[in-house]
Ligand binder design. Structure first.
Ligand code: CP
Length: 310
């Protein structure tokens, strides 16, 4: 493969390869001295047209651990503010000799479009509109597998603002390919229009959606992608769909809770639950994110992975 644009098109073998590679790289991430020569001489540019704390920093950290040179372009301080197009941004960075582009953009499909402008370089989608966020999906799979030993057969509830969530889409496709059973839980106003064509069961009642769940992935309410007249209101949402210790009484006794971050504490997840390390694996997700991004960079830059426009 040339690029990683989504999880929908990844095979189970590819996902297993990435999970196993990331698991082996995790040892490097947790070492006191973190350095491997694997990508020496390669260059990685993060090109972000939307804000980020986790994804951008962990991609840069992953690339630096593997001895690649990293460059960081934020739209707010780039020539995009002067009207430069995505095409010209990509052609400019390509002409400088950048090898891998990590792109976040507010438009679904932006990473795929960017890939067409640099046919001989790799593009990684770091979140495009409401479409996909494949490395978040992969690090979630890694964390679930670490915690539960396997993914196949697990009951996984994805709770919250599904309609606006690229994390939900990547989770759905990755979990489906790996054999999990997926529930989408949230108000009908925050369900995607194509929910009936996805490999999921839809629940509009939190208690029913959580009943017996092995894993609960709590999503952020994305107020920035919603109309001013958000229904339900944040207060109603917190009351009806906020996940807390009390609500988890209906889930499996060994339930694991994920959240991709950033969190709205007290809205979609209670602060006490977010900080309860016996149930929540939010910090583990972040650590795994570095290892998984190392695995993705390694995979795309690997000599055996010939560029085939995939
Ligand atoms: N989960 C995630 O994508 O976080 P950031 O927006 O901070 O990158």
């Amino acid at each position: 493969r040339k690029d990683l644009l989504d999880l929908q098109s990844l095979t189970a073998d590819e996902i297993v390869y990435l999970l196993e590679t990331a698991a082996s790289f995790k040892e490097i991430v947790t070492r006191p001295v973190k350095k491997a020569p694997t990508l020496r001489g390669k260059s990685v540019a993060t090109v972000f047209f939307e804000p980020s704390t986790r994804t951008r920093t962990s991609f840069e950290h992953a690339a630096k651990i593997m001895s690649a040179d990293t460059y960081s372009l934020a739209a707010a301080t780039s020539s995009a503010t002067k009207g430069e197009s995505l095409k010209d941004t990509m052609l400019t960075l390509d002409a400088m000799g950048i090898d891998v582009f990590v792109i976040r953009h507010s438009f679904s499909g932006a990473a795929a479009l960017a890939s067409k402008y640099v046919p001989n370089k790799s593009v990684i989608n770091a979140g495009d509109g409401t479409h996909e966020h494949p490395t978040q999906g992969l690090l979630d799979l890694m964390t679930i597998r670490e915690k539960k030993g396997q993914i196949e057969g697990l009951e996984v509830a994805i709770v919250g603002d599904i309609a606006h969530s690229r994390v939900a889409r990547s989770n759905i496709w990755g979990l489906h390919t790996m054999g999990a059973k997926i529930r989408l839980v949230g108000p009908s106003t925050l369900m995607p229009a194509d929910a009936d064509r996805l490999p999921v069961k839809v629940y509009t009642d939190l208690t029913e959606g959580l009943r017996g769940a092995d894993v609960v992935n709590v999503l952020r309410i994305q107020l920035e992608r919603q109309d001013a007249a958000f229904f339900p209101s944040v207060r109603e949402y917190a009351k009806l769909f906020g996940v807390s210790h009390d609500k988890l009484k209906h889930a499996a006794s060994d339930v694991t809770v994920l959240h991709p971050g950033p969190m709205n504490r007290g809205v979609e997840i209670s602060s006490a639950l977010a900080d309860d390390a016996t149930i929540s694996v939010i910090n583990e997700q972040v650590t795994n994110g570095v290892a998984m991004r190392m695995a993705v960079l390694f995979w795309l830059m690997s000599a055996t992975n010939t560029i085939s426009g995939g």
